[in-house]
Design a binder for this molecule. Structure first.
Ligand code: FAD
Length: 275
């Protein structure tokens, strides 16, 4: 993975009660590929009380912790655990190369962690670190039909993906939102798309699964992407595997876990992805 960058906040504002949009810029950001919407990035945040943002140096999947300005030829000692930045995974909602502006949409969830709190308070000039993007897209573009299943955390990535799908593709979206929140659609596509909104109850077997079955989609030609809370991803992945959907038509990524923060969940997520 390429060296992490330091970015500055250009603007931060509430899109609605559920999302804070933060616009970022900085030197080196131009390395983002065209159409990078939907790809994931790592964001790095200062620890409480820290004056300076310290970034990890990323070498072939190994993380060596260095001060950003340290020259390559003089690798410093590793940062202690107290100095390592806090890392969270987010999605590129949109990147415009001409203006070098990156849009990231943060869910304002009920139990704000470091990332959510940072976004809420972000002001022009604040710094954040960025690594990535990662290579994985949420969809197989060869499919003719798409079923995209997510929640607020994946809505930015899903809308970015929808904007890139061929117009003739048929798209169904199942989106779970916390109780009391209104549907929110911010993508260009108007035709060949159906949105299904559900209240997020963490009981996918009685909510999302019956809805999926009722759609009776032809799985041989449908690409299914599930990007949501841990339990939902596991439940639905199990269902689609039993339905013998082709491996290259099934994308399953747990984005977070109810009642766990990223520190306690991180390793489990990788176990789920590996299994
Ligand atoms: C590939 C990928 C892409 C992602 N893209 C985005 C994105 O574009 N926008 C985005 O907002 N999130 C995105 N996420 C999810 C985000 O990384 C997590 O929600 C993260 O835990 C938020 O960090 P935090 O510091 O705010 O909360 P944490 O410190 O991790 O958690 C604090 C508390 O909040 C709860 N919590 C965490 N996330 C949520 C949530 N989404 N809804 C309700 N409660 C939650 C936790 O269970 C915990 O109780 C993505 C995750 C992955 C893996």
């Amino acid at each position: 993975m390429a060296q992490a960058l330091i970015l500055q906040v250009v603007k931060s504002y509430k899109l609605n009660d559920l999302f804070q949009r933060v616009i970022l810029t900085g030197p080196g950001l131009e390395r983002l590929p065209e159409n990078s919407g939907g790809l994931h990035i790592k964001l790095f945040f200062k620890r409480a009380g820290q004056q300076q943002l310290l970034l990890p140096r990323l070498l072939k999947n190994r993380h060596r912790q260095v001060r950003d300005e340290q020259p390559e030829s003089n690798p410093p000692e590793q940062l202690s655990a107290e100095l390592k930045p806090i890392s969270r995974t987010y999605s590129i909602r949109h990147y415009d190369r001409d203006s070098n502006l990156l849009r990231v949409d943060f869910v304002l969830h009920a139990d704000p962690g470091v990332a959510c709190a940072w976004a809420t308070a972000a002001r022009e000039g604040d710094q954040v670190g960025l690594a990535g993007p990662g290579p994985m897209r949420l969809c197989n573009p060869a499919a003719r039909k798409f079923l995209l299943i997510g929640d607020a955390s994946s809505l930015p990535a899903i809308m970015a993906v929808i904007d890139q799908l061929p117009l003739q593709a048929e798209v169904q979206v199942i989106m779970e939102l916390p109780k009391g929140y209104q549907p929110f659609i911010d993508c260009r596509r108007q035709s060949n798309i159906s949105w299904h909104w559900l209240e997020q109850t963490f009981t996918p077997e009685t909510t999302v699964l019956p809805l999926i079955k009722s759609l009776a989609l032809p799985l041989a030609e449908t690409c299914v992407a599930i990007a949501s809370e841990h339990k939902t991803v596991l439940c639905l992945r199990q269902y689609f595997r039993c339905e013998s959907i082709a491996k290259e038509y099934l994308y399953c990524v747990p984005y977070w876990r109810h009642r766990q923060n990223e520190e306690t969940y991180h390793d489990q997520r990788h176990q789920v992805m590996d299994s």
